[in-house]
Design a protein around this ligand. Sequence first.
Ligand code: COA
Length: 389
Amino acid sequence: MKKVAIIGVGNSKFGIRQDVNLAELTFESVKPAFEDAGVIGKDIDLLVLGSVGSGGWYEEMLPAVIAAEYCGLTGAGLLRCEAACASGSAAVFTAYSAIVSGNTDLALVIGLEKMREIDTSTTMELIGRAGYYLWEFHNFGMTFPAYYALYATSHMALYGTTEEDLARVAVKNHKYGAMNPLAQFQREITIDDVLSSPVVSWPLKLYDCSPITDGSSAIILASEEKVKELGIDTPIWISGIGSSSDTANLSKRLNYVGLRSSVIASQRAYKASGIEPGQVEVASVHDCFTIAEIMAYEDLGLCRKGDGAKLIQDGQTEIGGKIPINLDGGLKAKGHPIGATGVSMMYELTKQLREEVEKTRQAPLNNYIALAHNVGGTGHYCFVTVLRR
Ligand code: COA
């Protein structure tokens, strides 16, 4: 198998981006990624774009073709991947696989979503379909916050996790988001702010939810030969990717205190990269709702099942703790343009491993091992990626 490295990264400002159209938003991340790697569009063999939106959030049906034309890649191989909120990671996996197999030497991966062209209730309706529309949406009127609220109440009942514990995740992620110029929300919040914010689906309140976001992210992947040819001095290697899935219908899940696909995907990723969870020094995990981050701690093996709340109470997932998590603000504060998020995790962790982020939010590193955990739906898809410098 060929080795694959990330050699260039770029990320747009996340937020409400009515100042740009889809192509311009894409270029905002692709341009810095090109400059970072020292390549241009016509050097790229393959473009893989992760996005959910066409037919719903934005007007274009063929976003990969639009992106390729605008960024000077017409003629490259083109693909679009959909895996709900893990579409970005699915795109990374696809491009990685093309290089591992020897098919391609240089690939561009773009994550893209423009979600703010329609109103919140229409978005809620679209995301509410991220389950089994036939059974859940019609019969029970489920929305996406309601799906995760089921998990939150179950975790609270079984392990004693409290609304304050959930709020702690939001407070931590807003703290780091405040240090990240690319984040949608750059302000700190308190536990009281979270607890007194409007209830969306109990126990989840406004500040327990990730926002609805426009954004793009881009990374350039290269084979080892290409890394040498281009003289890249700090390649970040993809050391392993694990993926998994779960039932469409939530009533068929084993339990509601964790995501089975996260457990399996992480075990596969650890095996593929030959590491143990304890070796990870910085991570981006899928905190679409605060409960999702607590479950991720447990599902990824960073603590025992049921001890996730204790990890955040003890400050173990902040800088100075055992395993700093979501130092870019996470989905909660950086924002969650759903197709872009998985690629944006690679952007952030590449910058962390190169020690290029703002000093106040740089994780201390010894072995230079990072992990990205990206969930689609309520664990309907999951990708876990291990990166090493
Ligand atoms: N966290 C913190 N603040 C938020 C927020 C969030 N998630 N969402 C909105 N806000 C703030 C806005 O900045 C705005 O503040 P302002 O009045 O000071 O400008 C205010 O709350 C109202 O914003 P608005 O955009 O009108 O919010 P909304 O009521 O339309 O939507 C949610 C709020 C929580 C319903 C929406 O963000 C949501 O559905 N989030 C979940 C998205 C999701 O399911 N993604 C997929 C997960 S995998």
